[in-house]
Design a protein. Sequence first.
Length: 384
Amino acid sequence: MKETAQFTVGSGNTRYFKAPVFAVAPMIDWTDRHYRFFARQLSRHALLYTEMIVADAILRGDREKLLGYHAAENPVALQLGGNDPAKLAEAARIGEGFGYHEINMNVGCPSDRVQSGTFGACLMQEPARVAECVAAMKAAVKIPITVKCRIGVDDQEPEQALRDLVARVKDAGTDAVWVHARKAWLQGLSPRENREIPPLDYGLVHRLKEENPNLFIGLNGGLQTLDQALSHLDHRLLPPGGPAPAAETGNGPALDGVMLGRAAYHDSGLLTAADGYFAHPLTGAAPEPIEPHAFNDRDHRLSLDYWAGVRDTMADYAATHIAGGGRLVHVTRHMIGLFQGWPGARRYRQLLSADATRKGAGPEVIHAAFNAVFEAATARQAAE
Ligand SMILES: Cc1cc2nc3c(=O)[nH]c(=O)nc-3n(C[C@H](O)[C@H](O)[C@H](O)COP(=O)(O)O)c2cc1C
């Protein structure tokens, strides 16, 4: 029997996660509701994070526009930006009402806009305030409250800054901590450079886990492939024959989850393999055998039925979005990273990036783009 049932990591008043988690990171402008709907077609077990939404915006703005989403996207965690415990608590309560499964606090984003509101990564310097925010949100909602942070900012000493923050938020009852394993430099680097230049320190995150065995600790930052991500987890929880587990790779004590950002967006096909390793984080439903979803899978078969299902679901979804006044490109812009390296991928990208932006473009563009891949892949298979 698989040992996922023994996975009981979690502090606070919930046993939130039932299994090691595969998460798609919060990304402004990228992980909007349309991306998440698409990602959910590719993985049923991934935990999806929203873009960061500022608590003030929720309190003052159009809540349906900011928070509304399709139930099929679940499980979804809402990431909040803010530094005021009362406002965050109220925003969390509103988010809970919308059906989100978790509220995550952003303690990692270094953009100027965020700094001027003194939240995001700058809060690494104010661990007591972060803890107050976590405690206020915990008191306001029943769903889990989690934190996503860096290992430090500017001249902070990560060994100390990260431990201080984690100790505080743990006491405040956080249900999980996701660590983007590099510092943020608040001056002189753009947000983009802050995701590339400060060096990664995965070892520190593993040491943190060793010191906090009962706290869920997940790793984020620079994970490019599923195999790389899996090497940070516990081999007992992975199917036999999979990649080398944490203990054997020298990564140190196994972590509780992995969170992928850019790779999950730019190479969204990798999501199709995640369910082969990861149980459902909330129900504990066991990993599902990996269907031959990928063109380059072991036996080189193209699962046309599977991909035709994705095509039809996305075309129907786009049709509904357009009927509600939206544009096709709102949906298709997130789909361009699929089929990396497949025959027909270039034509697929062309159709989705050019034709989808034309006035009056409809779901037929999605059909045409997928069909271009099907034709090219089938021709390649026939020739092999
Ligand atoms: C376009 C973009 C937007 C992002 N927006 C957010 C955000 O809203 N909140 C957040 O915590 N991190 C944000 N991030 C950072 C990611 O969540 C993640 O920590 C970072 O990209 C490192 O992970 P990766 O190497 O897997 O991409 C963003 C990253 C990108 C590329």
